[in-house]
Design a protein around this ligand. Structure first.
Ligand code: GLU
Length: 450
């Protein structure tokens, strides 16, 4: 945690650390928000009087449950399920479910905390929460994934609802898992409550553009950042980390806007394709075959490099879009980007840059957008899905995409206006955090101590 806190905020941060021992990712997310609050520290007696910050750092409800299931060979497996219902001031708890072996309470709390301010920035009526499990879908059969999802929902169903808490996808949870989760919810509740989950398939209540939304939204946001300097994606060299849902659709939109994505990565390394990533091959390998990038490299033969050591950030680029996972872009990577003259970093993942990396980028004058602003397109489109479900309507791809683009333009404008208002023009981190925080805090004051 590189930046120091305002003296009025340091004791509050120390209290969060003492109260939540060992939860380093959660501490990191809270610290990042608190750094941005310096301009209002001590200047909003109403927030202090109502203990707003203290209440914000304590989730409204934290659920941890056992998820028992049986493998194809008859073995009983036990996983741990989580749902952290962080803040429902602006609407029902809203946020994804992550299935990944690294999932623990700290990760879910950091994600839930970020989600509150991200969701506030979208301007939609949604609170924030997050959930998931340490279950690893990799290498599991269809039936095993289905049984796990059914067991997970057997417990989760009693805590969620369209007016209570609305989960969606995240890492390891896509259309397939959401289908099994929704099927089990429908069966045990005997209700076709479409608005209880988002990211649904198009034939069973889903929205156009939801699949593409996080990646597209990140690129729309980056497009606005470039435009603020009179630039565009046209002719730019772009590196995207990851090759999951966010990364794939970031690649797609960059290509549509005239940029060239020269590299993508996964946990086994990265591929450099100087001709530009072959998107249909990437989708075939990752979405249909659920294979590694080595399969992409094999299919492209000698035309690409598959690198299994180092980091994708070693590939020189004008624009870097971290779309993999938390803390994937560290200080040394930030230094490499600066040395290569990268001008823009916009986060598609949640908290992919470490605090130290952010400081290095910002001090070097690199335009940097935090995920809670630049990746808000996913959850914003989830809110559009809820809107369509509530009115039993469905909109066209074009209309939905235009709404998403407009929301991203709006978030970008809010970030810049807020940063300017509080004396640090161009600081997207401060702009995003303050704009989100103030919206939630004002509503919390209005609703009293609950
Ligand atoms: N998991 C996504 C995020 O990090 C989307 C959440 C949602 O659509 O509710 O924002």
């Amino acid at each position: 945690m590189t930046e120091t806190l305002h003296p009025k905020l340091q004791p509050q941060f120390d209290a969060v650390v003492a109260r939540n021992p060992g939860e380093s990712e959660f501490h990191q997310a809270v610290h990042e928000l608190m750094v941005s609050l310096a301009p209002i520290a001590g200047k909003r007696p109403d927030y202090a009087q109502w203990s707003i910050l203290k209440r914000m750092c304590e989730p409204e409800r934290q659920l941890i449950f056992r998820v028992p299931w049986v493998t194809d060979t008859g073995e009983v497996q036990i996983n741990r399920g989580y749902r952290v219902e962080f803040n429902s001031t602006l609407g029902p708890f809203k946020g994804g479910l992550r299935f990944h072996p690294t999932v623990n309470l700290s990760i879910i709390k950091f994600l839930g905390f970020e989600q509150v301010y991200k969701n506030a920035l979208t301007g939609m009526p949604i609170g924030g929460g997050k959930g998931g499990s340490d279950f690893d879908p990799k290498g599991r059969s269809e039936q095993e994934v289905m049984r796990f999802c059914q067991s997970f929902m057997t417990e989760l169903h009693r805590h969620i609802g369209e007016h209570t808490d609305v989960p969606a996808g995240d890492i390891g949870v896509g259309g397939r898992e959401l289908g099994y989760l929704f099927g089990q919810f429908k069966r045990i509740t005997n209700r076709y409550e479409s608005g209880v989950l988002t990211g649904k398939g198009l034939t069973w209540g889903g929205s156009q553009v939801r699949t593409e939304a996080t990646g597209y939204g990140t690129v729309f946001f980056a497009q606005e950042m470039l435009a603020s300097r009179g630039e565009s994606f046209d002719g730019r060299r772009v590196v995207v980390s990851g090759s999951g849902n966010v990364a794939i659709y970031a690649v797609e939109k960059v290509q549509e806007l005239g940029g060239t994505v020269v590299a993508v990565s996964d946990s086994g390394g990265y591929v450099v394709d100087e001709a530009g990533i072959d998107l249909s091959l990437l989708k075939e390998v990752k979405e249909r075959q659920r294979e590694r990038l080595s399969a992409y490299a094999d299919a492209r033969g000698g035309a690409v490099r598959h690198v299994t050591d180092g980091a994708v950030w070693d590939v020189p680029c004008d624009v870097a879009l971290p779309c993999a996972t938390q803390n994937e872009l560290q200080a040394e990577h930030a230094r490499t980007l600066v040395a290569h003259g990268t001008g823009l970093v916009a986060e598609g993942a949640n908290m992919p840059c470490t605090a130290e990396a952010v400081t290095i980028l910002r001090e070097a004058g690199v335009l940097y957008a935090p995920g809670k602003a630049s990746n808000a397109g996913g959850v914003a489109t989830s809110a559009l899905e809820m809107q369509q479900n509530a009115s039993r309507d469905s909109w066209s791809f074009e209309e939905t995409q235009e709404r998403l683009r407009q929301i991203m333009v709006d978030i970008h404008r809010q970030c810049l206006e807020t940063a300017e208002e509080y004396g640090d023009p161009g600081n997207y981190v401060m702009g995003a955090n303050l704009a989100g925080y103030i919206r939630v805090a004002d509503a919390m004051v209005a609703l009293g101590v609950v």
